[in-house]
Ligand binder design. Structure first.
Ligand code: XMP
Ligand code: MG
Length: 188
């Protein structure tokens, strides 16, 4: 790969699905909506799901113009696709009590919805005052599991995407846009 930012991963990306500009506009739009909905509710606790939601969490929190606290969880789902139960393991739990707090889960992408559906049950059991989800991306598969996501950025085709937090083998998270990888990349 040639040096220079114009060549930055460009050989690996087949197509831009959501541009940096589109992400910026949509994030501002979602933030405005959430800020209006929570105007009379005081502080909001954002729970970001590591690692994918890191970029969106950072931009969304700054666009919100409403006081927030930031928390992160890390979960890993094994065999999520093969099972209907969506077995999830907590790799990093919340650092603090969320009882009585207005919680918004910040997700990069809702695919089958199994991870999120499990997470919402888990968080509900911790007694928040309210619980909603903001997800930047959603794939059509998500309709298979009825998971209430109030704030959605983009519905995207059912293809594996990378960038803006999303990875393939831990790479491409730092891309400012969401894109499709060239098939050759998977063959490497
Ligand atoms: P479910 O199916 O439980 O999965 O909704 C959600 C999690 O799966 C990952 N995921 C992706 N990661 N590109 C990625 O890099 C994708 O296209 C993709 N689709 C799902 C992601 O971790 C998400 O939180
Ligand atoms: Mg991943």
């Amino acid at each position: 790969m040639a040096a220079g930012s114009e060549q930055w991963y460009s050989d690996d990306i087949a197509e831009v699905v959501v541009s940096a500009e589109q992400i910026k506009e949509k994030t501002a739009e979602l933030a405005k909506q959430v800020a209006a909905d929570y105007a009379d509710r005081g502080e909001v606790l954002l729970v970001g799901v590591l690692k994918g939601a890191v970029m969106f969490m950072a931009d969304f929190a700054r666009a919100l113009e409403h006081p927030v606290e930031l928390e992160f969880m890390a979960v890993s789902s094994y065999g999520a696709r093969a099972t209907s139960s969506g077995v999830v393991r907590i790799m990093k739990d919340l650092d603090r009590d969320i009882t009585g707090k207005h919680v918004i889960v910040v997700e990069d992408i809702v695919d089958s919805g199994l991870t999120l559906s499990w997470l919402l049950k888990y968080l509900t059991s911790r007694g928040p005052a309210s619980l909603e989800v903001v997800a930047l991306l959603r794939k059509p598969d998500a309709v298979k599991v009825d998971v209430p996501v109030k704030y959605i950025g983009f519905d995207i085709p059912n293809e594996f995407v990378v960038g803006y937090g999303l990875d393939y083998a831990e790479r491409y998270r730092e891309l400012p846009y969401v894109g499709l990888l060239r098939p050759e990349v998977y063959a490497r």
